[in-house]
Design a protein. Structure first.
Length: 92
């Protein structure tokens, strides 16, 4: 690894280790001071992510040669299927 790459890696590690990595939205939601529009945007983004993950997990389960792999990815897909309906009311 070159000196520039080491320096970049060190800078990235330092930035990720700083206090700025803490989620600032969660405490605001807990205090009830986040506008509903922000919750709606977050729910809409999560809906797209969950739908994509659900599809991906089902594909991985279908392609797995091992029963344990099929069960694992199938269970993950099942969780996404449970989460998806809970997001729709937040998106309104």
């Amino acid at each position: 690894m070159s000196g520039d790459a080491r320096r970049l890696l060190g800078d990235l590690r330092e930035a990720l280790a700083s206090e700025h990595h803490e989620n600032q939205l969660v405490p605001l939601v807990a205090r009830g001071v986040v506008p509903l529009s922000v919750v709606g945007v977050l729910a809409a983004e999560e809906q797209r992510i969950v739908t994509s993950d659900w599809r991906s997990f089902l594909t991985l389960a279908a392609r797995s040669d091992e029963p344990a792999g099929r069960a694992f990815f199938g269970a993950l897909a099942q969780g996404e299927g449970l989460a998806l309906p809970t997001l729709a009311p937040l998106d309104d």
